[in-house]
Design a binder for this molecule. Structure first.
Ligand SMILES: Nc1ncnc2c1ncn2[C@@H]1O[C@H](COP(=O)(O)OP(=O)(O)OP(=O)(O)O)[C@@H](O)[C@H]1O
Length: 246
């Protein structure tokens, strides 16, 4: 299967500080790829390079076949993005938010109408179609925000700590949506601090001080580091990290 994300010695320096140091990895189509690291490890910097928002200092990367140096506009059209501070409009209704983003992504009126209907059904939000987003519980906002980030059927969706602040049951429901998207062929690139979520990924990369310290399936990592769970794997790798949170 052709990889949809390929990086080769991808590096970002800020002055003499090396935020990301020679990152080399591939992510396949439909894969759920967890991108873990302690605070300051370089995850956000790497993700910004992969989204075409930040030019690398050196190395190579292609996203959906497009080059991160020269084809950033093409990349932006083929990806979705959801951050912890999701970008839904609190003072618009559920339906208005879906229509707004679908419009931004350049979908036609007919496409928007049918997509809005499907999405409301999938999320079981039909009864909340006219509810202002600010009135929705956090877990529902996260699910809506995720669905909106893939409304234009992107090749890859980048999720930056998408489930901050919700309980494990709500997180599990959110992950059902992720699995559903991955089954349809969307590649999911997700950062998280929750180790239950790391267990849900097909493969997990763990960054420490700007480098990828380990990369394998959760089962493979547990075996490699002789740990019972991902929490322990992460702790073994991250406990000696030199960088601290800003
Ligand atoms: N524009 C910048 N100029 C200088 N240093 C930066 C810049 N952006 C990030 N850094 C530094 O690069 C390092 C990696 O930051 P980054 O935000 O990528 O880490 P992270 O793994 O996403 O951490 P967190 O989980 O805390 O968000 C940090 O030490 C940060 O201070």
């Amino acid at each position: 299967m052709a990889p949809v994300i390929t990086t080769q010695k991808l590096t970002k320096r800020f002055g003499s500080f090396v935020a990301c140091n020679e990152l080399t990895f591939q992510v396949d189509k439909g894969e759920i790829f967890g991108f873990l690291g302690a605070n300051g490890a370089g995850k956000t910097t790497a993700m910004r390079m992969l989204c075409g928002l930040l030019a690398p200092t050196s190395g190579d990367a292609t996203i959906a076949g497009f080059d991160v140096y020269t084809q950033t506009e093409r990349i932006k059209r083929r990806i979705g993005y959801m951050s912890q501070k999701f970008s839904l409009y609190d003072d618009l209704t559920v339906t208005e938010n879906i229509r707004f983003y679908a419009g931004i992504y350049g979908m036609s009126t007919a496409q928007i109408r049918s997509k809005t209907k499907t999405l409301l059904e999938e999320l079981q939000l039909q009864n909340e179609a006219k509810t202002l987003v600010r009135e929705l519980p956090l877990g529902w906002k996260q699910k809506l925000s995720f669905s909106v980030s893939i409304v234009h059927d992107p090749d890859i969706v980048f999720l930056d700590e998408p489930t901050g602040g919700v309980d494990p049951v709500t997180r599990r429901q959110f992950w059902d949506l992720i699995y559903h998207a991955a089954d349809k062929g969307v590649t999911v690139f997700v950062t998280t601090h929750y180790m239950d979520e790391a267990e849900y990924c097909n493969r997990v990369s763990i960054m420490v001080d700007g480098v990828i310290a380990a990369l394998d399936s959760p089962g493979g990592l547990k075996q490699q580091f002789a740990c019972a769970n991902m929490e322990e794997v992460f702790y073994q790798l991250a406990r000696n990290a030199k960088r601290k949170a800003d």
